[in-house]
Design a protein around this ligand. Structure first.
Ligand SMILES: NC(=O)c1ccc[n+]([C@@H]2O[C@H](COP(=O)([O-])OP(=O)(O)OC[C@H]3O[C@@H](n4cnc5c(N)ncnc54)[C@H](O)[C@@H]3O)[C@@H](O)[C@H]2O)c1
Length: 310
């Protein structure tokens, strides 16, 4: 019988540990948890393993401060990095996390040459571009998680507003992961009905604004640290779509080579995810206003990427 898929999660902090938790709860495979902090990945892996008998999963969990155990992973999720601290500029974060992610990519890709990389570390779009460059992997195998989370936030707010099941709500959010993201109400539906037929324009705008500020709203409440349950759940939806070869259409940061009028840049767009990674970039029709907002968002991503001088 084939061995279980192997999923490495680098960074055993809030997002990474929750990714590991959801992966084993869904029994998607065995997990290797890596972090630089001594004992942290080992402790969390052991703790999660001990939840196995209660939840009924047999996935194996290993914690490590090194990379030997990550060899021949099928999927590698990178959450390692710093969050912005007082006194730090966005650029400080960009360069510090670029150094961390660059090192992690070297370590993991030398041991797992056919893995698929899913980047989570912020600033997301720049980190995924960096990981793609550093890895030498084909663009289909290097993907960024942001759109699933942003869409999940939009779906939550739409469901609450209309008092319907979240399961009835689909939503699309395009563009970079940041203030310039582009939620698309025309393509957001409740049981197939566009929300533009169900909600007044000012209410939709309020939900769009709340979605764009979704991360900041949680940082403001938590005071220290940022969101992690929904980010981890969103990441694991991508892991599952890949491992189960679902051909599932999800918004992800993917490499654009002319699609949507953008060339040579990772930006959030709908893609089809399966066992090979990004199987197709789905181009949807945008109004001139939506296209302008998308271009503005891609421009903001390009500015950050150019600072990295890749
Ligand atoms: N893409 C998204 O939508 C999204 C959503 C949420 C969080 N994030 C980002 O994900 C990252 C992680 O967030 P978090 O809340 O888990 O932070 P966290 O501080 O809880 O965890 C980060 C972990 O990375 C580890 N780490 C640092 N340098 C490392 C290295 N060189 N090798 C291995 N591990 C290393 C730290 O020790 C820490 O345990 C942040 O950059 C955050 O901004 C992105």
């Amino acid at each position: 019988m084939a061995a279980r898929p192997k999923i490495t999660v680098v960074g055993a902090g809030n997002v990474g540990a929750s990714v590991a938790q959801y992966v084993v709860e869904k029994e998607l495979g065995d997990v290797v948890l890596v972090d630089v902090v001594e004992g942290l990945p080992h402790g969390k892996a052991l703790d999660l393993a001990q939840a196995g008998p209660v939840h009924g999963y047999d996935s194996r969990l290993v914690g490590s401060n090194g990379y030997e155990e990550t060899a021949d992973s099928d999927i590698i999720v990178i959450t390692a990095g710093l969050a912005r601290k007082p006194g730090m500029t966005r650029d400080d974060l960009l360069f510090k996390n670029a150094e961390i992610v660059g090192n992690v990519v070297d370590q993991v890709t030398s041991r797992s040459k056919s893995a698929i990389l899913i980047l989570v570390t912020n600033p997301l779009d720049a980190m995924v571009q960096l990981a793609w460059k550093k890895s030498g992997f084909s663009a289909e195998r290097v993907i960024g998680m942001a759109g699933v989370l942003d869409s999940a936030r939009f779906r939550t707010f739409i469901a609450q507003e209309l008092n319907v099941s979240v399961e009835n709500v689909t939503a699309f959010v395009l563009g970079g992961h940041g203030d310039t993201m582009v939620p698309l109400p025309r393509y957001s539906t409740v049981a197939g009905i566009p929300i533009t037929d169900l909600l007044a324009a000012d209410r939709i705008q309020a939900l769009v604004t709340r979605t764009a500020n979704g991360g900041a709203e949680i940082v403001g409440l938590l005071k220290s640290g940022s969101a992690y349950y929904a980010p981890a759940a969103s990441t694991v939806e991508m892991v599952e779509a890949i491992l189960k070869d679902k051909h599932k259409i999800l918004p992800c940061a993917a490499y654009l080579d002319g699609q949507y009028g953008v060339k040579g840049l990772y930006v959030g767009v709908p893609v089809k995810l399966g066992r090979k990674g990004v199987e197709q970039i789905i181009e949807i029709k945008l109004t001139s206003e939506e296209q302008a907002a998308f271009q503005k968002s891609a421009g903001a991503v390009r500015e950050l990427v150019e600072k990295l001088k890749l």
